[in-house]
Unconditional design. Structure first.
Length: 259
């Protein structure tokens, strides 16, 4: 019987990993939290998809009732709550847990200021300039829009051009001139032009690795001599951590040996 895998696949890495696992003969159910994510997975033949958001208890129930052998967590490196819930659910359901986490980019230079939270990023950005260009996605925009430290600053936010995200921006009171709605990947040259157009004085970003475009943002900021506020990844005690797809497959082989 094929090993049954529940894959949290909210990223490009997750979609590529889903395809690889299917090709390796695994029985894969991928979980996403948006209709957009579900549509991106439609090209994976034979893939079962869950598009309902799950808390820890709901995920545990699915793992138990579906008789899954393994949970592979390929969520975004900054999706802390997703990973914490996945670890808890897998342990409760006695299911083998593996986290795939993409590599970070090297962060060096005097003009890079590392912080450990979105709130700290807002405060540090306010200390470095008035025109703040936020490239951390849409999920934590409210922190920047409502931050007392940024009340006298000008925000520009770069987000995905989906109706849901744009509606969120409107609800938060962001004006069209403050929104750059565009999907990456972004070249160094495009980042330079976008930063220039916004008259950015500070860039706020996360270390989402090369897949997340952290390298080209840092390179563009260096060209323009702009300070960068870098939000560090959350610190999570993963039971099993894989840095490559090959590492994931090696860990999954342990699951197959247990069957």
């Amino acid at each position: 019987m094929n090993t049954k895998i529940f894959l949290i696949a909210g990223t490009l890495d997750g979609r590529e990993l889903a395809q690889l696992l299917l090709e390796r003969g695994f029985d894969v159910t991928a979980s996403v939290v948006s209709d957009y994510g579900r549509k991106l997975l439609q090209t994976c033949a034979g893939l079962k998809v869950n598009d309902k958001p799950l808390d820890a208890d709901e995920l545990e129930k699915i793992l138990r009732e579906g008789n899954f052998d393994c949970l592979v967590d390929a969520s975004h490196p900054y999706a802390q709550n997703v990973s914490v819930n996945a670890i808890r659910a897998a342990q409760a359901a006695n299911v083998f847990y593996v986290c795939y986490e993409r590599a970070q980019v090297e962060v060096t230079g005097e003009n890079i200021f590392r912080v450990d939270s979105y709130e700290s990023a807002a405060v540090k950005a306010s200390e470095l300039g008035k025109n703040i260009f936020v490239t951390t996605g849409s999920r934590n925009l409210k922190t920047f829009v409502t931050s007392p430290a940024l009340k006298d600053c000008n925000l520009t936010v770069r987000v995905l051009p989906t109706a849901e995200v744009l509606s969120q921006c409107e609800t938060l009171g962001l004006l069209p001139k403050q929104i750059v709605a565009i999907q990456g990947a972004f070249s160094i040259e495009l980042n330079v032009e976008l930063f220039r157009h916004a008259q950015a004085q500070v860039i706020v970003t996360k270390n989402s690795g090369q897949v997340g475009g952290a390298d080209t943002k840092l390179a563009a900021a260096k060209i323009l001599n702009l300070p960068v506020v870098m939000i560090d990844r959350p610190k999570i005690a993963y039971p099993n951590l894989a840095a490559t797809f090959a590492d994931v497959c090696s860990l999954l082989s342990l699951t197959e040996q247990r069957k």
